[in-house]
Design a protein around this ligand. Structure first.
Ligand code: KG4
Ligand code: ZN
Length: 343
């Protein structure tokens, strides 16, 4: 592997949900390999992620994924400076596979161990392709389990301005997709059919949380879609899948962009980033880009492959932890509900 003596090379591991992933990242931004083994096909059979199956599959795949990541990066073990791993939040059994693996490698190869917060990873995905991006900036994190509006004050320093009170944005996409017969995973499928649908066909609500301008709530919107479908069925009116999908998607995006820009105004943001699986949605990216342009705010987003779960983002986050002297002990454990900014 090409590496100068001052370069920091990190092998990162991610197994918090249904992707087994490993990557080699140099200096937090230079991705030498990014291997992702997705279990989507397996979970599609059940309409969602089955935790026990996810854990078993991670165990089967993890060694192979790490070997591929090392090979693709042409990295030798002696060239690595640290091992990083997602230790929360996520599915406990799934997380444990990555954590146990990382500890074993760290012990055997005498390499420092760094436990990384999954959401910190998603945010840090923005550093990989935007070499000039540095904190402070605001970031909208929209994934299957989280919807957070975050002030990234510095590397590793996060202030949560708003969060969802109920369903995460990705969860709403997945549930609505199931209700209109699109199946799992919902986000990409809703995006695809929305392209031929009319976003103004159905006026779904734009839910607002009365006592907090930055918080989100998506369960009411999901219920509105279910009520609309039931109403159509009772009246024998056909449900036009693509119109419902496009109208729902527009409602979610209006709320996300609305809250994001409200925060941008209040915090006089000059830089705004998005992250997480839902951030791979082209319509959301376009809406955010336009809203930022109108306000003279620089807009950042990772490539779609770096938005959904991957290990390169964990390697990016771990680099700044490494530089800050953060190391995990042998007692590192999976923490399924780990809070952002906690250790
Ligand atoms: O970040 P991620 O891969 O995993 C979590 O940390 O949760 O996010 C997965 C979520 C799923 O809910 C999926 O439906 C959603 O991201 N998603 C999308 C798109 N691609 C993935 N949602 C909307 N549009 C997409 N293109
Ligand atoms: Zn994720």
């Amino acid at each position: 592997m090409q590496k100068n003596s001052e370069d920091i090379a990190i092998l990162a591991i991610e197994s918090s949900c249904d992707e087994t992933a490993a990557a080699v990242v140099v200096n937090g931004r230079d991705v030498r390999s990014n291997v992702i083994s997705s279990q989507i096909d397996l979970h599609t059979l059940y309409g969602g992620v089955v935790p026990e199956i996810a854990s078993r599959k991670h165990i089967e795949k993890i060694n192979q994924v790490i070997a591929e990541a090392m090979q693709e990066a042409e990295a030798g073990w002696e060239e690595l400076d640290a091992i990083a791993v997602t230790y929360g939040p996520g599915l406990v059994g799934a997380l444990l596979v990555g954590v146990a693996e990382a500890k074993a490698i760290s012990y055997a190869r005498k390499l420092p161990l760094i436990g990384v917060h999954h959401i910190e990873g998603h945010i840090s995905a923005n550093y990989i392709e935007n070499k000039e991006l540095k904190p402070p900036f605001l970031c909208l994190v929209v994934s299957g389990g989280h919807t957070h509006l975050v002030n990234v004050a510095d590397y590793g320093k996060y202030e949560i301005l708003g969060r969802t009170r109920d369903d995460a944005a990705g969860e709403a996409f997945d549930k609505v997709a199931r209700a209109i017969g699109l199946g799992y995973p919902g986000g990409p499928k809703i995006e695809r059919v929305s392209k031929i649908g009319n976003p103004h066909a159905v006026e779904f609500p734009r839910p607002k949380v009365a006592d907090d301008a930055y918080d989100f709530s998506f369960s009411g919107l999901k219920s509105a879609v279910l009520n609309y479908i039931n109403g159509c069925n009772m009246k024998n009116i056909p449900v036009v899948q693509e119109d419902v999908a496009a109208s729902f998607q527009k409602a979610v995006i209006d709320v996300l962009v609305g809250n994001a820009m409200h925060a941008a105004g209040q915090y006089h943001a000059t830089k705004f980033a998005i992250a997480g699986g839902v951030a791979s949605n082209g319509t959301l990216r376009e809406a955010m880009k336009q809203a930022c342009e109108e306000r003279n705010i620089a807009f950042y987003h990772p490539s779609p492959i770096l938005c959904t779960d991957n290990a390169a983002m964990i390697g990016a986050a771990a680099y700044y932890d490494y530089k800050a002297g953060i190391r995990s002990g042998w007692d590192l454990n999976a923490v399924p509900n780990l809070k952002l900014g906690e250790r």
